[in-house]
Design a protein around this ligand. Structure first.
Ligand code: SF4
Ligand code: SF4
Ligand code: SF4
Length: 474
């Protein structure tokens, strides 16, 4: 058995090896995902985050009598039939939460430069809300707030909106002030990409230190232009956004394409994937993923029509397979760390600053659930505690879902309904794809290290030979 990833520290040390129980029947823990590769069988434990490779011979043993591989029991891949996997996983996560170092500075900022936008998507969650741009005065205050609360540590900013570029001067203003105060920062952005022309890309790269941007593409030209319904007349918005993606990639900025999928655009998105591949072939900075649009946020099943959902999931798989084939698929199902929290909403080091200076913990809350204001010190502790409350009751399917150890959804999260009956299977499939990619990367790294060692050994032996040669003078 070969270890590809060690279990995440320090929690595994506390858990220790599992004791063997005489006479017990063992089964795989529910959070273990397996997938075959050329060299054997990969097993990934989503609770401990350990990944191992069983050789072809070990794979045969595993298939016939897995307990003949005692290491799998030691490291909790195999557990007794009556083991409560969910209970152990919750205890494991609780330990991670307790051991997580307390955060005293705020280093993660989501800044909403405006709640206004140049597009009019039908699914926008900000529809019907007031269109408020951040003023220069609030931007100045925001910069001062960051300087005061980051404790001299490097800062990560996510520019958010509405459309963040619809109030571009605010971004420059905040960055300039941070630079002046010697605050180190990097940034990312959620944008529709329309205003990211070549000149803006240069500024984004040089001044805003933008390293990643997420852009949503909802279909090919006609569908995209109809869904986005930009306020500009007589322009081909699709073509413009595609050009802008080219500028971003040329500037070495990572672009993540989000494809919101529902019945109206499923086929179209397959063509978008092909088009992205044709245009930006093999660009390592181009990534893409699909996101199922939910018709009813109040229903746990998301899309309640079983047939419709199954068709969509099938389409999604086809698209994801293409993305994987072309090396664009980007969904970090496996994080490799034991999470001590869910997201920025329950993370003391993160805040969301709204255009009017109010602070929240989640970008989906704009007009309510404020925890403070940039002009005041301290937070509403009751509201902070609310954002830390865990979400829904676990359902029967969770017991057999590999996602369970990483499925930490908060009560306040508007996405907490996003689980449907096929989710465990979908997640396992995503994990299998990712395991193969991670294994490939691991092999590549091993090969590079071996080549480096061989070169060093060769160099050393040449030096020894050189030294051993009698000098010309002698
Ligand atoms: S681009 Fe984003 S912010 Fe603008 S309307 Fe569409 S979903 Fe809303
Ligand atoms: S994805 Fe769904 S089934 Fe899986 S753990 Fe989360 S809530 Fe449970
Ligand atoms: S609560 Fe949900 S929507 Fe809000 S930041 Fe967390 S994951 Fe995102």
């Amino acid at each position: 058995m070969k270890t590809i990833f060690e279990p995440a520290k320090p929690y595994f040390k506390l858990l220790g090896n599992q004791k063997h129980r005489t006479g017990a029947t063992y089964r795989l823990m529910n959070f273990v995902v397996q997938t075959a590769v050329d060299d054997g069988l990969l097993l990934l434990h989503n609770m401990t985050k350990e990944m191992v490779l069983l050789s072809k011979e070990e794979q045969q043993v595993f298939e016939q009598c897995p307990t003949d591989l005692p290491e799998l029991i030691n490291h909790w891949f195999l557990v007794p039939e009556d083991h409560d996997d969910c209970l152990l996983s919750r205890q494991y996560t609780n330990v991670a939460r307790m051991l997580a170092p307390k955060k005293t500075h705020i280093t993660g900022y989501t800044i909403m430069t405006t709640s206004d936008c140049n597009a009019r998507c039908f699914y926008c969650y900000e529809l019907g809300q007031a269109r408020r741009p951040m003023t220069e005065e609030t931007a100045q205050q925001t910069a001062e707030y960051i300087i005061k609360h980051c404790g001299g540590e490097p800062v990560n900013i996510e520019w958010f909106g509405g459309e963040p570029l619809f109030n571009k001067p605010i971004i420059s203003l905040i960055c300039n002030r941070l630079k002046e105060a010697n605050v180190k920062y990097e940034s990312s952005m959620i944008s529709n990409g329309y205003l990211m022309d070549a000149e803006t890309v240069k500024e984004a790269h040089d001044e805003w230190k933008l390293n990643q941007i997420q852009i949503t593409i909802d279909g090919t030209e006609q569908t995209y232009n109809r869904v986005k319904a930009y306020i500009y007349k007589g322009v081909n918005a699709y073509e413009k956004v595609m050009e802008n993606i080219g500028h971003l990639l040329a500037a070495d900025i990572s672009v993540s394409i989000r494809m919101n999928i529902d019945m109206h655009n499923a086929d179209d998105l397959e063509r978008v994937t092909e088009e992205l591949h044709e245009r930006f072939k093999d660009n390592k900075n181009l990534h893409a993923y699909t996101h199922l649009l939910f018709e009813d946020k109040n229903k746990r099943t998301g899309i309640s029509d079983d047939k419709k959902r199954k068709v969509l999931l099938q389409k999604m798989r086809q698209i994801q397979d293409k993305m994987t084939e072309w090396g664009m698929y980007d969904r970090d199902s496996f994080e490799g760390i034991v999470r001590s929290g869910s997201c920025m909403a329950d993370n003391d080091a993160c805040v969301v600053i709204q255009p009017d200076g109010y602070i929240t913990k989640c970008e989906h809350y704009t007009d309510s659930h404020h925890v403070g204001h940039i002009s005041e010190e301290g937070f509403d502790e009751q509201m902070i505690a609310y954002f830390k409350e865990m979400g829904y009751d676990w359902i029967e399917a969770c017991k057999h879902c590999a996602k369970y150890p990483a499925c930490a959804v908060l009560k306040a999260c508007p996405n907490c309904n996003e689980c449907y009956p096929e989710m465990p299977e979908e997640y396992a499939r995503e994990m299998q794809q990712e395991m193969k990619q991670l294994y490939k990367a691991h092999l590549k790294q091993e090969q590079e290290e071996a080549e480096k060692k061989a070169q060093e050994a060769e160099k050393q032996s040449q030096e020894v030979t050189e030294k051993a040669k009698p000098s010309a003078e002698a």
